[in-house]
Structure formats: C-alpha cells, structure tokens
Write a protein that binds this ligand. Structure first.
Ligand code: NDP
Length: 273
C-alpha cells in the first residue's frame, strides 16, 4: 500500500494559487501519491496552522504572500538561499523541525536559461521593485555573474536596503523611477513590482530595452499584461513569470522527494488551461 505524502501551500488569499495544480502533475509523473492543498492562513494564525499541518502528517509546504518573511521565523534551520533572501517560500520537514528554503531565484534562473534560452552571464540587468520577490531573485542574478544590477523602486530606501544586503554591492546601483530616463539601456528588464495587479505600470522609457533585450514580468495572467504590452510596443522580446512559477515549484518538489520533475509538460499544460 502506498503512503499519501501531505503537502500544502499557505497564503492569504490563496484560492488563486496554481501550486495545487502543478505539484500533483509532478507527482503523477514521478509515480508518487501526494495530497496537496491550498490552505488560507492569516498571519496571526499561521504558526498554529503550520503546527497542525505537521501534526496531521505534513512533510513539505510552499509559502506565498504575505507569509514569506514570517515563515523564516518558524524554521529551525535555513538554507543559504533563504538566509540571503530574508524570506522562505519552501518548507521541508526534517527530524529537527522545519527547514526553510527559497527557490524563487533558482526558479527564475532556470526559466530564463532552460525555457527562454537567455544566459545571464555578463548581462546588464534592471530589476524593478524591491519587495519580497526582488529580494528572492537578486542574489541568484548576482550568482549568475551578471555584469551589473540596477535596482529601481518607488521607495528608494527599500532599494538601498536591498543593495546593502547583497554581497556584491559594487556591481549594484539604485535609482528612482524618475531617474530611469537617464539610466541607459539594459539586456534584461525584470518587473518585480506588484503595480500591475492594480492595472498600473510605472512610467518606463522604452530606451531601457537595449538591442535584443528581454523584458520579463515575474507575475503572470492579467497582472503581467501592462508590462508585456509596454515591451511589445518597444518591439522587445517579452515573457511573463509563469515559467518561473513552475520552475520554483520543480525545485521545491526536488527538495521534498529527491526527484527532479520535468517542468516543460506542466508549463505547456498551464499555458493551455
Ligand atoms: P511585495 O508586496 O513584497 O513588493 C511589491 C513591490 O512592488 C515593492 O517593490 C513596491 O514598491 C512595488 N510597487 C507596488 N505598487 C507599486 C506602484 N503602483 N508603482 C511602483 N511600484 C509599486 O510583493 P512581492 O515582491 O512578493 O511580489 C511582486 C510580484 O512578483 C507579484 O506580482 C507576485 O505575484 C510576483 N511573484 C511571482 C513569482 C513567480 O514564481 N512567478 C514568485 C514571487 C512573486 P514599494 O517598496 O515602494 O512599496
């Protein structure tokens, strides 16, 4: 008789999450039986809900907004990626408690390289936003030996705090949106703001997109549309963050089950549904 392995994604709101669709597909392909639920958790209830999840047999979980920073405080150990990001998106149950990891950065790198054929080494990168997602991906961009990283955020202090937290501060500069017109051009422009969730997009000069540049929005679906439209008008190649979502999930699945799932069929399926 096979054992059902219990997993969940925690967040608030959580009904929109695609993770409960992604992980069972990975499991099916791997011949593993899992139960993967979306569990709504208000920040003040998260610790108790996570404890109950473990008591009921939970062995691994994903964490999304607004719980990623709080999840860090509920872990007994952290991977270097989680430490550097200051946020946890993957929980792995060990003998001594929860280990916290952050797979957003490696998920983005895999999507860029494996799915979009975009190599990061030597590239000039502009990262819009300095929230949780930006903190998760910035160290991974530097690890990939990009030439330079410019952090642009509505609140300059938050961009400066991220700059200070990064190891390779010499390669990293900060600016406001109003300074982008004088910022030159980039090989990769990443939108890690949540502005488009309200249908908005900060003022972005099209000169930011250099020849052959890729414009990439970490969000997907309707939220990515204003940024993708902006990139399309500039004649640039563009992608949403659905591939990153699937790749960060594949990384989490590998942490839990020591099996690397094939992400391509799941990404192709999600693009159709
Ligand atoms: P946070 O709330 O932590 O950060 C939001 C960021 O957006 C901040 O930098 C904030 O600036 C900025 N922002 C919000 N509104 C505006 C606006 N009107 N104009 C300019 N900037 C604005 O969110 P996250 O970082 O966690 O998430 C950001 C996006 O990334 C979301 O859309 C999320 O869905 C996506 N994401 C995708 C993932 C994937 O796997 N594809 C994984 C993780 C996130 P300020 O600091 O000034 O407030």
């Amino acid at each position: 008789m096979s054992t059902v392995l219990r997993h969940a994604v925690f967040g608030q709101p959580i009904a929109h999450s695609l993770s409960p669709r992604i992980h069972p597909r990975f499991a099916e392909a791997a011949g593993i039986v899992i139960r993967y639920e979306a569990i709504e958790a208000a920040p003040e209830q998260f610790a108790a809900i996570l404890a109950r999840f473990h008591a009921e047999g939970g062995i691994g979980a994903n964490v999304t907004l607004p719980l990623k920073e709080q999840a860090l405080t509920l872990c007994q150990s952290l991977t270097p990626a989680a430490q550097r990001a200051g946020a946890v998106n993957t929980l792995i149950r060990t003998e001594t408690g929860w280990q916290g990891d952050n797979t957003d950065g490696i998920g983005l790198r895999r999507d860029l390289l494996d799915n979009l054929g975009f190599a990061l080494q030597g590239r000039r990168v502009l990262l819009l936003g300095a929230g949780g997602a930006a903190r998760g991906v910035a160290p991974a961009l530097l690890d990939a030996r990009i030439a330079s990283l410019m952090l642009c955020n509505r609140s300059l202090e938050r961009a400066q705090a991220l700059q200070a937290a990064l190891d390779a501060a010499a390669q990293v500069s900060v600016c406001r949106f109003s300074e982008l017109a004088a910022a030159g051009s980039f090989d990769l422009v990443l939108n890690a703001t949540s502005a488009s969730r309200g249908g908005q997009l900060p003022e972005l000069p099209t000169q930011l997109l250099g020849p052959g540049a890729l414009a990439y929005d970490l969000s997907y679906g309707q939220a990515a549309e204003p940024f993708l439209h902006w990139a399309g008008q500039a004649g640039a190649r563009a992608s949403d963050g659905l591939g990153m979502l699937v790749e960060q999930a594949a990384e989490a699945f590998q942490r839990w089950h020591a099996i690397r799932p094939d992400s391509a069929p799941v990404l192709a399926w999600l693009r159709q549904v």
